[in-house]
Design a protein around this ligand. Structure first.
Ligand code: AMP
Length: 280
C-alpha cells in the first residue's frame, strides 16, 4: 500500500492503470475508519484492478466550526486498517493541495438539496460536491463507492455526475450497523457511555415504525418516531422524514412512491447522528 499526499505523485501511479485501461475503484472518506468504510473498500476490491481510498476532512462541508475541529482524526490507525484490507493507494492530501485558491464554487441541485441535510446544514452539499468533483478529476475512477448511510449525499453525487457528465459509475453500498442496530459512524466514538446507550434506541424506534407502517398515516408514523426518540435521555430529533427514495421529497401516503426511505438526524448530546432506513 502506498500513501500519497501530492496529486502529482498519486497521478504518477494511477496513470499506469489508466494507460492499460484497468479499472480504478475509489472510496472517498474523512478517515476515523470503521467497518462501514471497510465494506466499501471490499466492494471496490472485488470489482476493480486497483483501489484507492482518500482520507480528507473536507473543511467546506462543515457548517459548524466546532464539529470540524472535533472531527475524530486517527491517521495511523486508518493506515493500519487499510493496509490490512490490502488497499493499493491511500490519498491523504493537505487542504491546500485540494483547494489552492480557497475559493469554492456553489451548486444548484434543485429540490434534492433543499430538504433534510440541505435544510439543516446550509452549504453542506456545496462542500461535498466541490470536494468529490475535485477528487473525481484527480483520480479518474471507473467506479466510486458511497454508503447509503449518507442517503441524500448519494443522491446529490449521482445528480452531480449526471449534470456534469462525469464518466464514473457510482456504486451505492448498504449501511453497516453495530450489533445493536446503531449505524456505524466516525462520530460514534465521540459519544459518552450514556449517549451511546441511548443512541441504540434510534434504530429500534424507526424499525418499530417500519413494522407498523401499514397501520398508520405517514404523518402519524413521523410523529411517533419523533416523540419516542425525544423521550430517550440525551436524544433530540432534528428531523425525521419519510421520503420518496428517488426525489427525496416528503410523501403524504405510502402509495405516493415506488420506493420509500425514512431519513433522520438526531442529536445524542452534542453529537449529530444521521441514519436512513428503507421502508419499501
Ligand atoms: P465519511 O468518512 O463519514 O465521509 O464516509 C465515507 C463513506 O463511507 C461515505 O460514502 C459514507 O456513506 C460511507 N459510510 C460511512 N458509514 C457507513 C456505514 N455505517 N455503512 C456503510 N457506509 C458507510
Amino acid at each position: 500500500m502506498k500513501v500519497h499526499t501530492s496529486i502529482i505523485d498519486l497521478k504518477g501511479d494511477l496513470n499506469k492503470f489508466l494507460f492499460k485501461k484497468q479499472k480504478i475503484g475509489f472510496v472517498p472518506t474523512m478517515g476515523a475508519l470503521h467497518s462501514g468504510h471497510i465494506s466499501l473498500v471490499e466492494k471496490s476490491k472485488s470489482e476493480n484492478h486497483c483501489t484507492i481510498v482518500s482520507i480528507f476532512v473536507n473543511p467546506f462541508q462543515f457548517n459548524n466550526p466546532s464539529d470540524l475541529e472535533k472531527y475524530p482524526r486517527n491517521p495511523e490507525k486508518d493506515f493500519a486498517m487499510l493496509e490490512k484490507a490490502e488497499v493499493d493507494f491511500v490519498f491523504s492530501p493537505e487542504v491546500s493541495e485540494i483547494y489552492p485558491d480557497k475559493n469554492v464554487e456553489t451548486y444548484d441541485f434543485g429540490d434534492l438539496a433543499n430538504v433534510m441535510e440541505g435544510e439543516f446544514r446550509p452549504g453542506h452539499f456545496d462542500g461535498v460536491a466541490a470536494v468529490v468533483r475535485r477528487f473525481f478529476s484527480i483520480v479518474e475512477p471507473t467506479n466510486a463507492y458511497f454508503g447509503e448511510k449518507d442517503f441524500q449525499q448519494l443522491a446529490i453525487i449521482k445528480k452531480m455526475v449526471n449534470d456534469y457528465s462525469i464518466p464514473v459509475n457510482i456504486v451505492a453500498c448498504p449501511i453497516i450497523r453495530e450489533k445493536d442496530g446503531l449505524a456505524m459512524s466516525s462520530r460514534n466514538m465521540r459519544l459518552s457511555e450514556e449517549e451511546r446507550k441511548s443512541a441504540k434506541e434510534i434504530f429500534k424506534i424507526v424499525s418499530e415504525a417500519k413494522n407498523n407502517m401499514n397501520s398508520f398515516e405517514v404523518k402519524e408514523l413521523e410523529r411517533f418516531v419523533v416523540n419516542q426518540i425525544n423521550q430517550i435521555p440525551y436524544l433530540k430529533t432534528e428531523y425525521f422524514q419519510i421520503v420518496d427514495s428517488e426525489t427525496l421529497q416528503p410523501i403524504d401516503s405510502l402509495n405516493d412512491a415506488k420506493s420509500i426511505t425514512a431519513c433522520l438526524a438526531v442529536f445524542a448530546g452534542d453529537i449529530r447522528l444521521i441514519d436512513s432506513i428503507k421502508f419499501k
